[in-house]
Structure formats: structure tokens, C-alpha cells
Design a protein around this ligand. Sequence first.
Ligand code: ACO
Length: 428
Amino acid sequence: MPEKAILKLGDKTIELPVIIGTEGERGIDISRLRDETGVVTYDPSLGNTAVCKSAITFIDGEKGILRYRGIPIEQFTEKPNFMEVAWLLIFGRLPSKEELARFRDRLTDNELLHEGFRHQFQSVPVDAPPMAILSAMLSQLACFHQELLSLQDEESFEDAAARLISKVRTIAAFSYRRSLGLPFIYPDPKLRYCANFLHMMFSIPYQQYIITPEIEDALNLVFIMHADHEQNCSTSTARVVGSAKANLFASCAAAVCALWGPLHGGANVEVIEMLERIHKGGVTPEECIRQAKDKSNPFRLFGFGHRVYKNYDPRAKILKATCEKVFAKLHHKDELLDIARKLEALALKDSYFVERRLYPNVDFYSGILLRAMGIPTNVFTVCFAIGRLPGWIAQWKEQHDDPTSRILRPRQIYVGPPQGDYVPLSKR
Ligand code: ACO
């Protein structure tokens, strides 16, 4: 007998079906509630609402579990390969050697930007925020690939996905070069995805950047750790935009804007700025914790807390261990890592953080790792976007392929003034 929830409202009783996910999560299906009772549910910030069924990513926030298409993320750390994970997320299973090679070739074919973009880079101020450039330019890809605005078959979808995933790193690297007034370095088709990004970021015309395998692996890992996280703020944005049947470029550009926010992807910048403030002696770690607990102070301990994780974020655990490993291997030292460790230790024994179950999230250690690669702070959130892009694409595709999906259009409870009359300007 399938489980049902019983709702009593006034003198009416209705039965609501309970749907059960693969891992036993239960959701009360209220999709017919308004039709049957005239009332809606009220769930500001959607903390209790599943907006879709999805087969892409599983999170158990209580246990600190994250799986992509059923595979625990820890299993991607041995030989990190971001392209393999991207394919897995988008197409639903691990690729064969041939499929992966074909996808790589598609990325290589699409790594250049239309020369028209050069003028776009020249026209923005040198100190323009890279996330603003990224979102504008992803949106503009639609102007150059109008044949991909409506994706009628699998082939054109794969083409659009490859263009986005390939060009995003070229846009990211070019916007960084522009900010320093350095010449653009074109992609090198011989290099793999992450190595090519590092090459475009750091090579100079007369000196090729030397790629260290540890750094290349660490960048693959950072991108993998960010690749999908089910219905987070930016992914939900991509789905909201995509639900109106807006094209893939527009949906991903909108997601970049959501990711930019300091409560979401922008937190990785805030974390480093917070650690730098401590390092420069502007504030002590103890004072930082005190400020984060003070309800009259808007400051938050960035890189801490999560809507879903009430346990250590497994991505933070992996990135922290990777920092330690890479730093030891390369004999690299960063005092910010020591400060981060100290802040974490202070927070984890403080009753405020313990009671609220606030642990380090993905942003707490990612910036320290990106810094070790030479990536400047203002490109951190852009790196998050490069990593998250396959997730947005996978979620967009899942929604697009679902014949039951409808335009996303929440309801509200109106609390404004009751009906009134318009007063002409002369009488006000
Ligand atoms: N520092 C201090 N207090 C915090 C923090 C923090 N980092 N995070 C949550 N809290 C407190 C809140 O003030 C609240 O306290 P209260 O119950 O006394 O009012 C309680 O913990 C619950 O927090 P909410 O804000 O209700 O949790 P929510 O799920 O809405 O927010 C969020 C989650 C946005 C991640 C929040 O923890 C936060 O602002 N963290 C800092 C920013 C950050 O690191 N963002 C990156 C998240 S991961 C990602 O998007 C990639």
C-alpha cells in the first residue's frame, strides 16, 4: 500500500501521495493541492520544497555524502579527470574511451572565440568584474551560434554543450589577461582541458607556462568538486530560465549571475579576503569568530554553513586534504592555510557553530588551492563557474528532456494594500 499523507483543512480531508527517491527520501506530492483545496503551501526560500525529480546528483546533508550519478565524489580523486565527470553528469553514465575522445575533439574544435569577441574585451574597463564579463559573454555566444538556439536533436545539444564548456575557459583566461593588459594567448589544441586553461592564463608570447602535473591534477579536482550540487541557487536559476524554453546559453549566463553572489559562489572570494585581513593583523581569528556570532553585525564566517550539509561538506574535506598534499609535494607554504585551519578549529569547538551545525563548505579551502596555482582572487568565482557549467548543462538537459516539465512559476501570498483608488497627480 503506497504511503499517503493526510491533510485536514477546515472540514475537508485530503490524501496526498508520498513519492520516494532511490535513497529513501520522502516527499509529499502537493501538486494537486490548490486544485483540490484552493490553498497553496508557503515555503519561503524553498527550504522544504523539492522542485523536481532528478537523477543527476545525490546529497545526504546529514551524513556528508555527495554522489554524481550514484558514484561517491571520493572516487574521482585518484586520477581526477574533469572532462570524464562532465560527460558523466551530462549524459548519465561514464563515457567509453571513444566517447571521451570524441567529446575532447569537440572541445578542441570549439576552443577559439570568434574574433568579434576581441573588441568586446577591449571595450570593458580593465577592472571590470570577471563574473560580469563571463555572464555577458556566455550570453553573447548565442549571437554567434544562432543555429544552436533551439536544440532539436542529441547531436546539436552535444555541440552546444561542447562549445560552452570549451569556450568558458577561453573567456575566463582572456578576461584575466585583459585585466592585466597582457596579450591574449590562444588555446593550444595539444593540451588537455585544465592544462590549456593554465596555458591561456599564464603563458606569455615568448615563454610557455610550464605545467606541473600536481597543479593540473589539483585544478581538475577543484573543477570536479564544483561540477554539480543538485538544486542550489545557480542551478535553480538555470532551471527557472530553461523552463521558459530559453536557450542553453541564456540559461547558463543567468546561472553565472546567481553564482556571483557572496552567499553562493562568491563566498570563495570573501573567504580569502577574510583570511588576508587576519593575516595582515586587521582582526584576530578569535575576533572574526566573535563578529560572525554577533547578530547585530552582518558579517558571517564565509566558507562556513550550508543549507543542505549539517555535517562536514565532503568537498571541503577533499580540498583541505588536497591542499596539504599539494603543498607538501611542491614545498609550497601559504600562511593563509594555517589561519584557515585555526579558524576552523575555533569554530568547530564553539557552541554557536556546533549547535547550528555549521561546518566548512566547499569555498573554505578552494581559494587557498587556487592561490597556489597563481590564480588571482577575482578569478576564483569564475573557476567555480567553469567547474559548475557541466552541472548546469546536465540539469538543463534533464529538464528539457522531461515531457512533464512546465514553466517554473511559484505562487505568493499577497500582503500589500487592499484595493484602493488611483488619485490623479494634481490631487496628490
Ligand atoms: N557565520 C555565522 N552564522 C551563520 C553562518 C556563518 N557562515 N551560516 C549560518 N549562520 C547562522 C545563521 O545566522 C542562522 O542563525 P540563527 O538560527 O541564530 O538565525 C543559522 O546559522 C542558520 O543559517 P541560515 O542563514 O538560516 O542558513 P541558510 O541555509 O539560509 O544559509 C548559507 C546557508 C547561505 C550558506 C549560510 O550558511 C551562509 O551565509 N554562509 C556563509 C556564506 C558561504 O560560505 N556561502 C557558500 C555556501 S556553499 C555554496 O554556495 C557554494
